[in-house]
Ligand binder design. Sequence first.
Ligand code: FAD
Ligand code: DHB
Length: 388
Amino acid sequence: MKTQVCIVGGGPAGLLLSHLLHLAGIESVILERRPRDHVLGRIRAGVLEWGSVKLLEEAGLGARMRKRGFVHEGTYLASQNRGFRIDFKARAGHPVMVYGQTEVTHDLYDARDAAGGVVIDRAEGVTLHGLPDTPHVTYVKDGTEHRVDCDYIAGCDGYHGVSRQAIPTSLLKTFEKVYPFGWLGVLTETRPVSDELIYANHGRGFALCSMRNEHLSRYYIQVPVDDPIGKWSDDAFWDELRRRIPHDAADRLETGASIEKSIAPLRSFVAEPMRWGRLFLAGDAAHIVPPTGAKGLNLAVSDVHYLSQALIAHYRDSADDLIEGYSDRALTRVWKAIRFSWWMTTLLHRFPDQTEFDQRLREVEMDYLEGSEAAQRSLAENYIGLPY
Ligand code: FAD
Ligand code: DHB
């Protein structure tokens, strides 16, 4: 098979890239290791920056999002069971959209199918060859090996993918911070406790109240990363969540059986550069943020924006300066999100070795945020998303 861009990974980054290239008349093939149902069933991110919303709308992917998504003009922060609101619209000019990654992926698969896009799932043993200058990719499907010849490879295969590993370690610089805790996430068919998200700091640890729709809630609590999931019965989860969120929210919290429950580790990670010759990295393949700032999915969208612009300039105008500048351009934005996610994580979580002094600092920083328009502006402009 021959194509212009071979995309490894059919998550949000790979699917969106394929769609944007298609709109510009550029061919691509997506190789995805997992069955499509698995990709569509993964419960992950929930918040879209306004720039991501605009990009999806401009790419013709806004119809379901407009119907099913929820525009949030602010969020609640809480400290020691007392909350206050930050108004995104007033402080930074735009709201965010609460629309699950599952829905974004669903819309992207629909768009690829409607356009006759090639998405090969259950592609095993994907291997990158001929880099940095003369790439091709091989994979095995149903026991048979196939080859894709291409001009470029886009590595959109997440943190555990093969694309980043194809870059010689002598050329790749990685930065990593592993946090000593994880998030226990629960999805329940209950009414959300609040009309906007609640990010709560508490001496017992962080908690987040989010939602997917009027009848579906998503809640998280900070737990030790090595806690066995079996330790957390639904009742134990609800009891702990109630202890950490504002009292008025705890009083009206509707509980029910969990329909999904999992523990995710928290990590910051960046690999530089994001291009090696004709191989590009985008999304989680190049960087990971802890979920506190809701940035993971949004960074995948901004990377893909820069990468699609670079490839379009190459094919349409024979101009390669955006290809050469891709890594620097993407990383400039990535590092700002790395900083913001680290800051939100540090502000809101309990660290195992923290002292009373550290907890007081957290509480006073929350107090400062509550009282300072300048501090709120800084949080709001980062949360709604820095410009591309
Ligand atoms: P992915 O979504 O990881 O997609 C990569 C795709 O590549 C996958 O479909 C994978 O199957 C495929 N793949 C991997 N290896 C290969 C291979 N060798 N060959 C072919 N295909 C391959 N972000 C938030 O903002 N909020 C959250 O609450 C949140 N929760 C998360 C929970 C978990 C458990 C995880 C893992 C991530 C979470 N994130 C969250 C981050 C967010 O989901 C990611 O940033 C986002 O999915 C990045 O999209 P991506 O397309 O770059 O990577
Ligand atoms: C959700 C996840 C996040 O990491 C976040 O910061 C906000 C919301 C969610 O899954 O709804």
